[in-house]
Design a protein around this ligand. Structure first.
Ligand code: SER
Length: 320
């Protein structure tokens, strides 16, 4: 049997996934048992009920102090620089993604923590990966700094599992679509921006080509997958830090067409920028049979149900 998680620290808790993950962890484990951290001040609503502390993950001492002070036994390490910003600031991406993860793993090893979640991404794949679908274990040769930090992060996490017996787990998230917190600096951000612009301006200029197909996932499935993997018995796992995870795949044009079913006046044009090169290096679909076999992964949303839910939530949020 795996040890139970009691006292949880979330890094990157103000981010797109971190904010909704923190809320769910508070509901599930009690907000008195969750410490939200981020390098920037989070808005009050994001961490209502649970404690919040500023944390720069590149500073190991700060991590040690918080883990000791709050008697943390589990870390969800969500802080990272994403793909588009990573290409603008590759040195920073290396420092935050590799330095941050190394610090978290070292503190976890030294204090014998129960578990660490270390997310990976479809960015681990590169132009040589079979794209339809990307297998669980192809040669990983990404062409972005973000992708290569995620490959190294998976290997480092697995190393800590096998060398030190630390229970580290992770999934390769596809592009995540959500209505609460905007994504920041990723290549798949267009799949969120398009909803806001469709509702506000009835028009969106998309930064990838209309025929660009990428794997995507709706936030409720993303949170479900994260918690399901972390609550699975360790003995069931063959993989640890590199689970492929799939839900839906669609082109930018197909997403726009789906939105038009709800907002008939909506129009979309396409002006690819530098992010197109990153998108072109990633696969179209993902073989997630290992996640399905080892911990029962099964997504709930598809393109129509995600689109309907996004439009209904965002309409309320924007006040339409
Ligand atoms: N959404 C991420 C990005 O675009 C992929 O993990 O960088």
């Amino acid at each position: 049997m795996s040890k139970t998680m009691h006292r949880i620290l979330v890094t990157g808790a103000a981010g797109q996934i971190g904010s909704e993950l923190t809320a769910t962890l508070c509901e599930r484990y009690g907000s008195e048992n969750v410490l939200a951290t981020d390098h920037r001040e989070a808005s009050a609503s994001l961490h209502e009920g649970c404690s919040f502390e500023r944390l720069d993950v590149t500073d190991k001492k700060q991590i040690e102090i918080l883990i000791d002070r709050y008697e943390i036994d589990t870390v969800f390490h969500m802080a990272a620089i994403l793909s588009a910003i990573g290409e603008e600031k590759p040195q920073l991406a290396w420092q935050v993604n590799m330095g941050g993860l190394y610090n978290v793993l070292e503190v976890a090893r030294e204090r014998n923590l129960v578990r660490v979640f270390s997310p990976s991404s479809i960015a681990v794949f590169g132009p040589e990966t079979p794209p339809d679908p990307a297998p669980q274990t192809p040669p990983l040769r990404p062409t972005t700094m973000y992708g290569l930090t995620k490959v190294a992060g998976e290997l480092l996490g697995d190393y800590y599992v096998h060398r030190f017996g630390l229970d580290v787990r992770g999934v390769r998230y596809p592009g995540i679509i959500s209505s609460e917190t905007l994504p920041g600096g990723g290549t798949t951000d267009y799949a969120v921006e398009v909803f806001y612009e469709a509702l506000r301006k009835k028009h969106y200029t998309c930064f990838v080509r209309e025929d660009t197909v990428l794997p995507m996932m709706y936030m409720p499935d993303c949170i479900q997958a994260t918690i399901d993997l972390m609550e699975t018995d360790f003995g069931r796992l063959v993989h640890h830090c590199d689970f492929n995870l799939a839900s839906m795949s669609f082109s930018a044009g197909e997403l726009a067409a789906e939105i038009t079913k709800h907002i008939p006046e909506f129009t979309c044009n396409y002006k690819p920028d530098k992010r197109q090169t990153i998108a072109d290096s990633w696969p179209h679909a993902i073989d997630d049979s290992a996640a399905r076999d080892e911990w029962g992964w099964k997504p709930s949303y598809d393109l129509p149900s995600m689109t309907e839910d996004m439009i209904s939530r965002l309409s309320k949020k924007i006040g339409l």
